[in-house]
Design a protein around this ligand. Sequence first.
Ligand code: COA
Ligand code: MG
Length: 290
Amino acid sequence: MKNYRSMLFVPATDSGKINKALASNADCVILDLEDSVALSEKKTAQVVVKNLLRDQGNRHIYVRVNSIDTPFLFGDLTTIIPSRPTGIMLPKTESADHIKWVDWLMGQLERESGLPAGQIGLIALIETGCGVIQAASIAGASGRLKCIAFGAIDYTLDIGTKLSKEGHELFYARAHIVAASRAGGCEQPIDTVYPNFRDAEGLKRESEFVRNLGYQGKMVIHPGQIEIVHQVFSPTPDEISYARKVVQAFETAEKQGIASVNLDGKMIDYPVMKRAKQLLKNVDNGGVIK
Ligand code: COA
Ligand code: MG
């Protein structure tokens, strides 16, 4: 599946911002039916999203629906699935059962709409302590699950602390979700939004930190954040050419029965070669170079 370096949130009731989001170069747009939509507007928002999805061609669009404990989720899915979004983001996912119920309903609706079963993707947004602990079983709960996304604003509310600038309180959850994603067999996760959207330096620092932890990208709330996030989550031309050099040097050595090579003073072995191939594959998947 395509890598998402950035996923741009936009409230489903704000048509001006929606047009800007769709015209932006975010790798994916998230039309939000959940927390950025007032309770009184939930039904209207479903219809707006349904109509909007009809003519979006190849644009990657996820819809963040309401969580399983609300009266809105059933209506969200039944209204939206026939219009074929790229995928659904399920907020406040806390168990494998949440994913299995939603997966089942999505499958029924796909069939009813004449769509191939499993075509529409799913991202589990984990934003509670319970969700973090259950992350590995969530990650393995459905073949349609692309990845886990981490939501820090609700997470800090749930664990009874405040979201700090340094984000030390998020470290365990973030690192756990990376390992759990591997255990469950889904893609690398996508990190939380950075709410202080005028702080470019802070966003860059946080993006570099989570990239190094093992995240594929970040959710963003403002178009001004896209470019910074893309810079951080795209390999540089130097990194790409070095990865090619690694693969070439290792393959040449391997043909001679050698699996440990000196390349410019650094040891190249199987894991280093595999990492280089992974980087090149990500470039092919996202088609992205800095
Ligand atoms: N998508 C598309 N366009 C956006 C946008 C978004 N998420 N956020 C801001 N813009 C546009 C604005 O409409 C404005 O356009 P204009 O210059 O043509 O008027 C431009 O970018 C600059 O916006 P700015 O004035 O800096 O911010 P704002 O006060 O308009 O909006 C927020 C600030 C936080 C309200 C807005 O970014 C937003 O709604 N973000 C998404 C919120 C959301 O979905 N939350 C749920 C997940 S946490
Ligand atoms: Mg939330």
